[in-house]
Ligand binder design. Sequence first.
Ligand SMILES: NC(=O)c1ccc[n+]([C@@H]2O[C@H](COP(=O)([O-])OP(=O)(O)OC[C@H]3O[C@@H](n4cnc5c(N)ncnc54)[C@H](O)[C@@H]3O)[C@@H](O)[C@H]2O)c1
Ligand SMILES: O=C(O)CC[C@@H](O)C(=O)O
Length: 526
Amino acid sequence: MAKVLVSDSVDEAGIKILTQVAQVDIKTGLSEDELTAIIPEYDALMIRSGTKVTEKVIQAADNLKIIGRAGVGVDNVHVPSATRKGIVVVNSPEGNTIAAAEHALAMMLSLSRHIPDANQSVKEGKWDRKSYIGSEVYKKTLGVVGLGKIGSHVAKVGKAMGMKILAYDPFISQERANQLGCTLVDLDILFSESDYITLHIPKTKETANLINAQSLAKMKPHARIINCARGGIIDEDALYETLKEGKIGGAALDVFASEPLGESKLRELGNNIILTPHLGASTAEAQVNVAIDVAEQIRDVLLGLPARSAVNIPGLSPDVMEKLRPYMRLAETLGNLVGQLAGDRVESLNVKLQGDLADNSSQPLVTASLKGLLSKALRERVNYVNAAIEAKERGIHLVETRDATIKDYSNSIYLEAVGTKGTHAVTGALLNDGEIRITSINGFPVNVPPNTYMLFTLHRDVPGIIGKIGSLLGNFNVNIASMQVGRKIVRGDAVMVLSIDDPLPEGVLPEILKVGGVTDAYTVSL
Ligand SMILES: NC(=O)c1ccc[n+]([C@@H]2O[C@H](COP(=O)([O-])OP(=O)(O)OC[C@H]3O[C@@H](n4cnc5c(N)ncnc54)[C@H](O)[C@@H]3O)[C@@H](O)[C@H]2O)c1
Ligand SMILES: O=C(O)CC[C@@H](O)C(=O)O
């Protein structure tokens, strides 16, 4: 039975799903060394933001197939190492959207009405109403940095509260901003014109310290900034100085450059800062949503099915997946075949998607072809996650072409590879019943199903040659299951495709090559 390690606290609803298919161990609070020591035992790892899945952990994870992040941000997972190792990384892109958006809005209202401090003062026995005069958000300007799922919800609610919404997101269309009633502006304008600024962008190389002393200096003196996205997007030292000098109205932070927040000058600030311990996703509803979402994906991957929200392989809608699944098998089989024909050190692969496959949704077929091509060298180490990266690292030049006009079969795939045995090309298609057919070899038309053991010869189309090869195989006790010859012109060059019941015994291939008229011979196992 597969084994799943759950190393952060996740909702029971997720655990229940995992136990349908696996032994589930819950071990939280592990150090990097402790996690590294036990990870080789596990097929899947389920985490929240607490566990750091470092390169070292991934290096040791010899059986791991999937890392499931019960939440959005995967910045606590070393995704490039996971990809290289063929480990799928999945998240729950929407399960906590509302929770995080509502936390940002709660922070905004808490700042505007001094709720944390007023609460504290009442609990201390005071009845001080003068110190906590607030300000309304109605008719104020809210600047939303990142108009994705969370930012959009914040914008909608802000709009409903009567706020004017400015947004900065270089990857969002004007049309989407219009739909949300937001004005798209550049970051400088957003900072200088907003009364409240809220961040909803991922932490990346580009966004690290995006908000720094210069941006903070552009804010209005009473303006407030909220970060419920990721620590490290705001330069904490610059924020501390800005708040200490009273240059802006306040800040509310749910996330920090280093978590858990250790000793920090931010804790020393007064009532112009609100700090929460990364609670954005901490609602009962969100925790159930993300746990179910990620557990279902782990279950599916352990059962050999695709994951719907993989961050390191292209996400496919169920409809597209349904259409492509049989063709993935075809592409992989053809990749494997052309790889074996082309020999070692394949230097290029040309993938041509033909007929109805010639649209962009068929991109995963290119990955499947590469996976098939590399399977001889890498065996089970290559998968849909790392095939492209492995091919690139091996210097395989990939050419993708699409031709909707080729309709010999309504959908077909043509692969051409160049390796130590020269240039070879194969085409394949699916029959109506979903059966794979190899429909050409090196341009010679054939119509054969793939077989575990196959023999291909290139020869002159002259009388007697097929008989000679047949009796030679008989002498070596090789049983022929089927045989087909493909030729373009009578008595020209031809290809013979034989399906055989067992692997070709050693020494047969050189004998076949000695038969007069045979120019080349290949044995392949699919
Ligand atoms: N505090 C929490 O507990 C909590 C909970 C959930 C999500 N989050 C964090 O919130 C953030 C947003 O999540 P989401 O689900 O809305 O993600 P999303 O992918 O839907 O949206 C992110 C948006 O940021 C934009 N963006 C990317 N780079 C940008 C840049 N350099 N400048 C401006 N915009 C940029 C993208 O175009 C996208 O529209 C993530 O960092 C996520 O990890 C935090
Ligand atoms: O796991 C959590 O509680 C935080 C999740 C949140 O930061 C996210 O990116 O989804």
